[in-house]
Design a protein around this ligand. Sequence first.
Ligand SMILES: Cc1cc2nc3c(=O)[nH]c(=O)nc-3n(C[C@H](O)[C@H](O)[C@H](O)COP(=O)(O)OP(=O)(O)OC[C@H]3O[C@@H](n4cnc5c(N)ncnc54)[C@H](O)[C@@H]3O)c2cc1C
Length: 373
Amino acid sequence: MSAGVVIAGGGLAAQRCAEALRHGGYEGAIKIVSNELHVPYNRPPLSKALLAGTKEPDDVLFRSADWSAEQGIELLLGDGAAGLDVERRKLLLESGAQLDYDDLVIATGSRARQLPGSEQYTNIHSLRTLGDAIRLREVLQPGTRLAVLGAGLIGQEVAATAIGHGAEVTLIEAEPLPLARALHPELAQWLVDLQREEGVEVKLDARATELIGDGDRLQALLLDDGSRVELDEMLVAIGVIPNSEWLPDELALLAARPDIHAAGDVAGGDHWELAGHQGKAAAKAILGQAPAPPPFTGWWSDLHGVRLQGLGAPAANDEIVFKGNPAERDFHAVVSRDGVPVAALAVGQPREIPRLRKLLAEHALSQPSKEAA
Ligand SMILES: Cc1cc2nc3c(=O)[nH]c(=O)nc-3n(C[C@H](O)[C@H](O)[C@H](O)COP(=O)(O)OP(=O)(O)OC[C@H]3O[C@@H](n4cnc5c(N)ncnc54)[C@H](O)[C@@H]3O)c2cc1C
């Protein structure tokens, strides 16, 4: 009997891979191994509707456990991938069990980077899992002084959602402007202004130099601009680390094997669209089908009731053209390099995204590759 497909990791990439396998007619065994206790769930609402309290844990599950059972997708929850025997095609689990596979999909995602020296404090949070979001939601009350370290997308969203809870929020960013890889400086400045207008205190170009605590409670942060931030709770949102330590070799080397596929954040992405696309692409490879052409993937965020949708990778000295009304939070902007559109942002204008995606994709295709240049 064939061993089928084993998917290590139980997030978006794993879910999309399993769905696409069944959708594509795969009849063999499919096993999803996750070190979490929940069936696969969607992470974007964790910093938005779930944290705001307008969604509950059941609302963010991709599918029910019953759906997986009906589809013949076995969920092995609460056990982690701990090693791999590539020659004997075996995934080794933390429990000591071993799973044979014909094809292995590595989809273990990433985890939140921790702040060194902060382990003893119980009021420091990170946000990656459903449990993290529920714990953070419980402590956000009117008047809670929340410090958010790191103004990436998760830090931005938690700051915005916490303001909705009536918290007093200080958002601290080490760089002069946030989100340099995703936002042109003029757009990053627009975002800082938005947060400030909504009552978030934003501190830029500021790094924590000292943690001041009492027992297991962190009480304040000293910053290198000389200021002191008093706090009741702190979110650390300073990036992610891929969950790849359990692999016996470099991910890229393993994924070059025909029976091993990698998908999602573990493979270096950090956005939902890309992880879903890569999960489906892994399924296509297993089914022996040509992969769908990679889409021009992007990201989105919901902040203070406004939807931001971004595409492409801008650089600081690219040209930018705005259309619409930034002050009214209703505009889009196209960022160009040497006259070629390379990135775009739509704010409150979701209808513009298909056109902008097409525009960027056409120009990306028409550019000579670096190697060819
Ligand atoms: C709070 C939050 C908000 C976000 N908002 C947005 C957004 O608005 N827009 C956007 O584009 N993207 C957003 N993202 C990013 C997006 O959710 C991720 O890109 C996506 O979840 C990646 O999917 P994945 O399957 O690769 O990894 P994950 O969803 O992280 O799933 C990996 C799973 O594997 C498990 N695992 C880890 N190690 C092991 C192991 N050794 N064995 C077994 N299982 C293991 C993990 O516990 C986890 O369940 C957000 C992420 C977070 C955390």
